[in-house]
Design a protein around this ligand. Structure first.
Ligand SMILES: [Ca+2]
Length: 239
């Protein structure tokens, strides 16, 4: 007993030095650490030590604290990418990017998260869809999407039919369609028998029906032949 006490006494300073309070998990942590932080690019550690990744933090919309997990805004990044790239993430935090399925799983597995999807058309109209619960499952189960608790900000609910689906890329077809949704609609998503939302589709400038539903689409707002100007998916812990 006495030995144990001495051991704890010696180890205590070492143990407390392991608290890495300066390594935020997400933008909500950053917001809490310094109240005056503006929206912009920050480094987070969604999977702990050595998992540093740059993200865009939205510190303004609806109370801020949002970690952007997906963003399209100018067509500068190619989103037609294979499984391993969607797993790890790609793009630029200052512009277009995908945070990565492992990061999304790690964050939403630890805590209860909500999702906000902000979008804008080429006429400058802005709408959103909000979900009170958002979770990405583990890779071994196909990164299953769990999304519920819809609130309509004018966009309509285009994720309902994606709830419960596995993630699919052109080289890993886990959708419910006999053919390959990711190839057909030139994207990667939690496709069902295919989609009502294709945020990782081809960036094309607005209305375009030359190829059916391959653009950056949100069906319940703009239908299948209108590719959005901007769309961003952002998450934060439910308080
Ligand atoms: Ca299929």
């Amino acid at each position: 007993m006495k030995l144990l006490f001495v051991f704890i006494l010696i180890m205590a300073p070492l143990m407390s030095s392991c608290n890495k309070l300066d390594q935020p998990l997400d933008c909500s942590n950053i917001y809490e650490q310094e109240k005056s932080k503006p929206s912009g690019v920050y480094t987070i550690y969604p999977m702990g030590d050595r998992s540093a990744v740059q993200v865009y933090c939205d510190m303004d919309t609806k109370g801020g604290r949002w970690t952007v997990i997906q963003r399209r805004m100018d067509g500068s990044v190619n989103f037609y990418r294979p499984w391993n790239v969607y797993k790890m993430g790609f793009g630029s935090a200052a512009g277009e990017y995908w945070l990565g399925l492992d990061n999304m799983h790690s964050l939403t597995d630890k805590d209860k998260y909500e999702l906000l999807v902000d979008m804008e058309d080429f006429e400058g109209k802005k709408v959103f869809a909000r979900y009170s619960s958002f979770k990405v499952g583990a890779e071994c189960d196909g990164y299953i999407l769990q999304v519920s608790g819809f609130t309509d900000g004018g966009a309509g609910d285009s994720l309902a039919s994606h709830n419960g689906q596995k993630f699919s890329t052109f080289d890993k077809d886990q959708d419910l369609w006999p053919d390959n949704c990711a190839r057909k609609y030139v994207g990667a998503f939690w496709y069902n028998t295919c989609h009502h939302a294709n945020p990782n589709g081809i960036y094309r400038w607005g209305a375009d029906n030359s190829l059916f539903a391959v653009g950056v689409e949100w069906f319940y707002w703009k239908g299948n032949d209108y590719s959005l100007k901007t769309i961003s998916m952002k998450i934060r812990p439910v308080q």
